[in-house]
Design a protein around this ligand. Structure first.
Ligand SMILES: [Fe+2]
Length: 232
C-alpha cells in the first residue's frame, strides 16, 4: 500500500492511498491532480474521505465524487467501522478529537495521515475546546512506532519551526530538520516529531523546566500538556 501527497490552495495537503488496482482519496482538494494520477496509474478511485469537516479539507469531495464514481466514506461510517480496505489491505481509522470533535487519522501501512491534529513541529488549534480529548489523541499518536511517517493536513513547517526555535534556540534537531525540509514532499517521522515538536515533549526535562519557570503545575503529564497548550 502506498500513499501519495498532493499540494493545493498554497499549504493544504491531500492524499491518495493506493494499491495495484484501487485508491482512496483523503482531503482530496487537489481534484485535477488526483484524478490524473489515478487515471495514469490505471487505478480505480474507490473511496473519498476526510480527516475532519473543515471547509478547506472537504472542498474537493463533490467534484471527486461526481467525476470518479467513488463512494463517500462519511465521518460516522469511518468511526463505526474503524477501517476500510484498499486492494484487500486495511487502512485503519482512529478517532482523534481535539482540533475538532470529528477529527480522525488514517494509518496506511507505516504512514499516518494526521490531518490538523498533528502537524510537523506543532499541533492544530483546539477549536473543539476539548483539551482532554486532544491530549488523549496526541498520546495515541505517540504510541505508534518511531519510524512511522507523518503526513499532515497542512505545510506549516517553516512557521512552526521558526516559532519552535524562538522557544528552544539550542535545539539543533530543529535546524537539522529545516535543512532537509522539501516543500514538494512534506513529511516527518514520529521520531523526528519527538525531537522538534515541543507539544509532544511533555515528558522532556527541558520542556518541564521551561513550564516550571512559567509557574505552570507540572506534577502530571496532563498538567504539562495543558501548560504547553496554554502558555505556547
Ligand atoms: Fe482544520
Amino acid at each position: 500500500m502506498n500513499v501519495k501527497q498532493f499540494r493545493y490552495s498554497s499549504d493544504n495537503l491531500a492524499y491518495v492511498i493506493y494499491g495495484k488496482e484501487s485508491a482512496a482519496a483523503v482531503d482530496g482538494g487537489a481534484v485535477d491532480d488526483i484524478l490524473s494520477f489515478v487515471e495514469k496509474s490505471g487505478l480505480t478511485l474507490k473511496y473519498v474521505s476526510n480527516t475532519h469537516s473543515h471547509y478547506d479539507h472537504i472542498i474537493g469531495n463533490k467534484d471527486l465524487l461526481k467525476r470518479s464514481g467513488a463512494r463517500f466514506l462519511d465521518n460516522q461510517t469511518l468511526r463505526n467501522n474503524g477501517f476500510f480496505d484498499v486492494d484487500g489491505e486495511n487502512v485503519f481509522v482512529y478517532h482523534t478529537p481535539g482540533h475538532m470533535d470529528d477529527c480522525v487519522i488514517f494509518k496506511a501501512g507505516d504512514t499516518l495521515i494526521t490531518g490538523d491534529t498533528l502537524f510537523i513541529g506543532t499541533v492544530g488549534n483546539c477549536f473543539s475546546g476539548d483539551l482532554k480529548g486532544f491530549y488523549e489523541s496526541i498520546k495515541l499518536i505517540s504510541t505508534f512506532p518511531p519510524e512511522t511517517t507523518i503526513y499532515p493536513g497542512h505545510d506549516y513547517v517553516r512557521e512552526s519551526l521558526v516559532y519552535a526555535r524562538s522557544i528552544e534556540p539550542d535545539n539543533k534537531d530543529i535546524l537539522r530538520f529545516l535543512e532537509k525540509y522539501d516543500p514538494s514532499h512534506v513529511f516527518s517521522t514520529l521520531a523526528d516529531e519527538m525531537k522538534i515538536n515541543f507539544y509532544l515533549r511533555f515528558n522532556d526535562d527541558r520542556i518541564i523546566n521551561m513550564l516550571q519557570q512559567k509557574g505552570v503545575p507540572v506534577g502530571t503529564e496532563y498538567e504539562r500538556w495543558l501548560g504547553l497548550m496554554k502558555e505556547f
